[in-house]
Ligand binder design. Sequence first.
Ligand SMILES: CC(C)(COP(=O)(O)OP(=O)(O)OC[C@H]1O[C@@H](n2cnc3c(N)ncnc32)[C@H](O)[C@@H]1OP(=O)(O)O)[C@@H](O)C(=O)NCCC(=O)NCCS
Length: 165
Amino acid sequence: MSLDVTVRPATPEDLPAIQALQPRAFGPGRFTRAAYRIREGQPLLSRFCLVAVVPGQLIASIRFTEVNIGGAPGALLLGPLAVEPAFAGQGHGRRLVAEGLERAKAAGVRLSVLVGDEPYYARFGFLRVPPGQIWLPGPADPDRILAVELAPGALLEYRGLISAR
Ligand SMILES: CC(C)(COP(=O)(O)OP(=O)(O)OC[C@H]1O[C@@H](n2cnc3c(N)ncnc32)[C@H](O)[C@@H]1OP(=O)(O)O)[C@@H](O)C(=O)NCCC(=O)NCCS
């Protein structure tokens, strides 16, 4: 990874660049995903959102939304994670996930959930949630609903619908 990459909390000034990055990273169709329905109407930034920047350019961003699961607090929905295509595969996504989870754990978050590719997220400890335990307010492939415990045994404490806090 290039040495002049800085990872820091996202600020309101970053929002235009973050929003411009999403379609470049994801392509069309992203607003129909169930995870977007949870984030709809929520503040675009939480204290856990991070960006990676090089001088003059935002190259990656990660959003975390504080959520309840089955009414219980203490969980964070990870996503979207987006890396500027020209900077993909250089460890920036990995660094944002790892730092985000570290900060969340330090703040007392117990569980992080996401809808995404298990082969990518397994390296951070994300595992498939047992079928039917945790669901979203819309269709989501159960094989892609993943969670990582930030406190031992936390997954057992959560059952039900993911909703914004
Ligand atoms: C997926 C994404 C976030 C990865 O970030 P990145 O900075 O490019 O990747 P990293 O450098 O952190 O990690 C690269 C490694 O992840 C692997 N990888 C990348 N995307 C993957 C995927 N979808 N599934 C499995 N592995 C994946 C690469 O093969 C590489 O493996 P290696 O370390 O064994 O060589 C980024 O490419 C991106 O923004 N893609 C488009 C948007 C997207 O799909 N976001 C994910 C939301 S679930």
